[in-house]
Write a protein that binds this ligand. Structure first.
Ligand code: ZN
Length: 443
């Protein structure tokens, strides 16, 4: 497919996440050849061939290609909501070069056959690496372990397992899953939601739910599972990853577990870094999500946790839904929000603009650490000579209203619609090949 890619020379860019201290302060050039970064700095322009494609990146920031640990691509089964093709287009436009595709498809990704199907679809789409996540339990039913070993040994080489959308509530199954994946360096990504405490729950339990008369979803339903699973991770010595942390109490528990040296990592979504449960006041289901939007105090604690590294990374939980599932009454509407195409801009607004994280920190939380947690050796690499040329060029000075009608995602359920957000993804490169140029799909 890739017959002699042209070389590229990206000029005048600020490289975030470069290893050398202070290297983000000055503009640099990046020479891309043969899918890799051939040189950065003064050598790049000197040694690049005269025929190289040139991209003037003055004023732009270069980050390693973003890695999403938590994407719902919906294929197979719900192609009316998203496909691997449209989802990876959305990912590329958001600056992503790799996404982990969650297992709650129809059929569920709980066998070697299904994960290989998704892996192959991703390779055909070509815009972004698609790493399938395998289900922890057969059919997401929470009764018996899925074929974890067969999925790990398959062509898709699954290392992250999750019943996301549902919690592995059974403590024995959770223990067995952790023990099982330890043998091959896998990780169990838990959707922490105690089922009995959240029966019929519609939104965060608190002042707003009381006023609106909607069934509340207490913070303890999340925190109790996270505390239990941190203890199980310590007991088994196996890796736990906590999906979409949404409460300040959860951050405290993870901070405690990390202080003990336990093998625990965690993610937060862009929407939980910016939005609160007050938005539910209009009963607009675009704000209905699992876990629910929480309070301003929770948002502050999540931002702080991301900044101090307690929360390892930002993961989108991109959850596309067709209009008929979302534009209905609050009680019957589906949970979930799209996020791939706005994630970097929301992180800019929520944590970079207030000075909690610099661009090197963003590179760490949106590329380096999620690549490490997802066991993706070819991603999250520093932008220096020898690394795969997977990167995103971002204009921090831009600002625009979010218009979901312009999104490549098949679904339109963005909670940021109409919101003015900073920044613009200008270009994305996957192993030297542009997937996005001038803010549009390159092909
Ligand atoms: Zn989830």
């Amino acid at each position: 497919m890739t017959t002699s890619q042209p070389d590229w020379l990206i000029t005048g860019v600020q490289i975030a996440g470069a290893r050398a201290a202070g290297s983000t302060d000055s503009a640099a050039d990046i020479w891309i050849s043969d899918g890799r970064i051939a040189a950065t700095g003064p050598d790049a322009a000197r040694d690049a061939p005269a025929g190289a494609e040139r991209l003037d990146a003055a004023g732009l920031i270069a980050l390693p290609g973003l890695v999403d640990l938590h994407t719902h691509l919906r294929e197979p089964g719900r192609e009316d909501a998203e496909t691997v093709e449209t989802g990876t287009a959305a990912a590329a436009l958001g600056g992503y070069t790799a996404v982990h595709a969650m297992a709650n498809t129809e059929p569920v990704a709980d066998t070697a056959g299904v994960v290989e199907q998704i892996w192959r679809l991703g390779r055909q789409a070509g815009r972004c690496d698609v790493q399938p996540v395998g289900a922890v339990t057969a059919g997401l039913a929470g009764k018996a372990l899925a074929e974890l070993g067969a999925m790990a040994d398959s062509a898709a080489r699954v290392r992250v397992f999750s019943d996301d959308g549902r919690c592995v509530a059974d403590a024995v199954l959770m223990r067995r899953a952790l023990e099982y994946v330890k043998a091959f360096g896998g990780v169990i990504a838990q959707h922490a939601q105690e089922p009995r405490l959240t029966e019929g729950a519609q939104m965060n339990e608190g002042e707003v739910s009381g006023v609106l008369g909607l069934t509340g979803w207490p913070a303890v339903a999340e925190e109790a599972i996270i505390a239990r699973d941190c203890l199980l991770a310590a007991h088994t010595g196996s890796a736990l990853h906590v999906c979409h942390v949404s409460t300040g109490g959860s951050v405290d528990i993870i901070r405690w577990a990390k202080a003990k040296g336990w093998p625990v990592t965690a993610e937060v979504t862009p929407h939980h870094l910016l939005l609160t449960d007050a938005l539910a006041a209009g009963y607009d289901p675009v704000y209905k999500v699992n876990p629910p939007l929480r309070t301003a105090a929770d948002v502050a604690a999540l931002r702080e946790g991301l900044a101090d590294g307690t929360i390892d990374c930002v993961a989108t939980d991109h959850a596309p839904h067709p209009v008929e599932d979302k534009e209905t009454e609050w009680a019957t509407a589906a949970f979930g929000m799209t996020g791939l195409e706005t994630a970097l801009r929301v992180v800019h607004e929520a944590v970079v603009a207030p000075g909690l994280l610099d661009w090197a920190g963003v590179a760490d939380r949106m590329s380096v650490r999620p690549a490490a947690i997802g066991r993706l050796a070819g991603h999250g690499r520093p932008l220096e000579a020898g690394s795969p040329a997977s990167l995103v060029l971002y204009d921090p000075a831009a600002r625009a209203e979010v218009d979901p009608a312009q999104h490549a995602s098949r679904s339109r359920n963005s909670p940021f619609a109409g919101m003015s957000l900073p920044g613009r993804v200008v270009a994305t490169f996957l192993r030297g090949e542009p997937t996005v140029l001038d803010g549009k799909l390159a092909r």
